[in-house]
Each structure stands twice: as C-alpha cells, then as structure tokens.
Design a protein around this ligand. Structure first.
Ligand code: AMP
Ligand code: MG
Length: 319
C-alpha cells in the first residue's frame, strides 16, 4: 500500500534512510532524516530540487526544534511561543549537527514545529528531526492531499502517510533575522501584522533576487501548473479549450472549465483550495488558464496573492 496511516511503517522507512510523504497543516512534505546526508540527497533527487534550495527542518516541540539552532534571538523565542506549533518557519544560525546538505551550505537552518496530530506523533517516535520540503516535483503546484502526492510521486516514493486535506493549504511564513531584526522571507498564513503584535513592529519583507534566493519560494515562477496562465482583465469569459480561476463568483453565461476559490469570498477557504483548484484545471489539457485578480478590500491576501503571482509567473500584484 502506497498510502495509509501506519506511523510504525513511516518510522521504519525513515530510520532506514528512506523518504516518506507526510501531512502538515500547510502542505504535504517529503520527509527524511535531517541528520542523514544520504537520506537528504533522496529528497533532492525525488523532487528534482536544485541543490541551492535549503530544506526546512521539522521537530515535535519548541525545545526539540531550538536544539538545532544557536545564538537564538529573543524575538525568535517570542515568535515560537506565540505561533508554534503552527505555520511559521524561523531561520536561525545552525549547530554543526545539521548537515550542509540540508541547508545548501548556509550557516542558518529553517526550523518549524508543525501543527498536525499524525505528524506530531511520528516526530515524537523518532530520535531525529525531519527535513521536509513540499512533496511535489520542484516548481510544480504543492500538494494538499495524499492523492495529490500520489498523482506525481507514486513511482518514486515508498509511502505516503495520509493525514487528510491540509487545513491551511499554503506554505509557512518564513521569518529570518538581519542584524537582530525580524524580516519576512516568504509570506504565509501568519501575517506580518500578527508578527507585529508580538514584536511591537511590523517586519519588512526581504527579497534577495538573483540566482541564489534566500528562500526559493521567492522564485518568480514557482508553484505553477503546466498549462500557461494569464491574468484576466475584469470578468473574462474563457474561450473553448481555455479555463478560468475565479475568486468568489463566475460571470453570467459562463460555460466550460472553471474553478471558484471561495463562493463565500473567504480568504481562508481560498487559500485552502488554491492548489487543488489549480491541479483540477491543469489536468484538463487546456490551452490557457485565465486567473481573476483578487479583488481589493477583502482583507490581507498577501500570501494568496504571492502564490498566484508565482503560479502565473508574473505579478499584477505587489503583495
Ligand atoms: P518548501 O518546503 O519547498 O516550501 O521550501 C522551503 C523554503 O524554506 C525554501 O524556499 C527555502 O529556501 C526556505 N529555507 C529553508 N532554509 C532556509 C535558510 N536557512 N535560509 C533561508 N531560507 C530557507
Ligand atoms: Mg515547495
């Protein structure tokens, strides 16, 4: 069986240095022993991930996560207290035990305590942390169900721990520290305003363009379907063999292939459904997917806009 909820099987495979797909509240991850360079190299080869793209390390508790970091700023402790377990990754100076393969040679490591019951139980039974990027081929849409993982990686991995649909559906917010101040390396479910509540200031967004981005989730084309995508102007009616992704409603007279992110106009629901909707449209062999621009005034849609920009490969949004 490729999929199931057998924690003992996942544990045995991981202890043997193999990879296992695991559920988290954000997206499914492709996990391996973060202390074993050979196991780590399997993640990169299964995903076709470039070796400059470092992995996030997952642990069961705050204490277990911070054991892999040193010189931890007080602000990182405060953010962990406020948001762990949860969709926040903290980039901190690493200790030697974390192999260079995990961090792509960087002296920092991305750490997270995921908020998912099955994954927590698995992490508690292991005596090593799990490095886990999203369980999809590099650059493609991230998976939010076990079926999404199976669709693409069934021949390449031995087991998928099935934990149902991801409740958040977008990758974690990544926070790093530059001269003691927090910066947002990738927007996510935890908003900069939420972080501002804890720190007393709203952190800046830090982009580091070029060939070696600080967080490759920042690559201008990422999280993308194979079908070409384009921004709509207004409410566009796609032609035959074209599809559309609408935010909360479709235009009158709409026929053909479309998905609606959230009929209620809820940002949470839209985020949770985004990758599944893109996958559904991408399966249809369409010539183009038109994407509605997220309407103004519906609240802070920074992470959703960021992922849509990268899926389309260019931005009408400056999130
Ligand atoms: P993924 O899990 O595929 O969404 O990718 C994890 C993201 O975390 C990537 O974009 C990484 O670049 C980022 N990341 C992990 N470790 C670090 C680090 N030490 N410094 C900066 N970004 C990191
Ligand atoms: Mg990814």
């Amino acid at each position: 069986m490729l999929c199931g909820n057998d924690i003992a099987k996942a544990k045995a495979l991981l202890e043997a240095g193999d990879v296992v797909a695991v559920p988290t509240e954000t997206v499914y991850g492709l996990a391996a022993n973060a202390l074993n360079p050979k196991a780590i190299s399997k993640i990169f080869s299964v995903k076709g991930r470039p070796d400059f793209d470092p992995l996030i390390v997952h642990a069961a508790t705050k204490e277990a996560a911070f054991a892999w970091a040193k010189d931890i700023p007080d602000e990182a402790l405060a953010l962990a207290e406020a948001f762990w377990p949860g969709p926040l990754t903290l980039v901190l100076p690493k200790i030697k035990a974390i192999p260079a393969e995990v961090t792509s040679g960087l002296e920092t490591v991305g750490l997270r305590v995921p908020n998912h019951t099955i994954l927590k139980r698995l992490l508690e039974t292991l005596d090593f942390p799990l490095a886990a990027p999203s369980a999809n081929p590099f650059g493609y849409i991230s998976p939010t169900t076990a079926e999404h993982v199976a669709d693409q990686l069934r021949d390449r991995i031995p087991y998928i721990l099935d934990g149902g649909s991801c409740t958040i559906g977008l990758e974690s917010t990544i926070v790093g520290f530059v001269s003691g101040s927090a910066v947002i390396l990738r927007p996510g479910h935890i908003k900069k305003e939420d972080i501002g509540q804890v720190l007393g200031y709203i952190p800046e967004r830090s982009e580091s363009p070029g060939e070696r981005p600080a967080a490759p989730g920042m690559l201008s084309s990422h999280y993308s379907p194979k079908t070409p995508m384009e921004w709509m102007e207004g409410k566009h009616l796609p032609k035959r063999k074209e599809g559309a992704l609408y935010f909360s409603n479709r235009p009158q007279g709409m026929y053909g292939s479309y998905e609606i992110l959230s009929e209620q106009g809820s940002l949470m629901e839209a985020a949770r459904r985004l990758y599944g909707c893109l996958r559904n449209l991408d399966k249809l062999g369409l010539q183009k997917i038109w994407v509605e621009i997220i309407p103004e005034g519906i609240g802070n849609a920074e992470a959703l806009k960021d992922r849509l920009n990268r899926a389309v490969g260019k931005a009408p949004f400056t999130p």
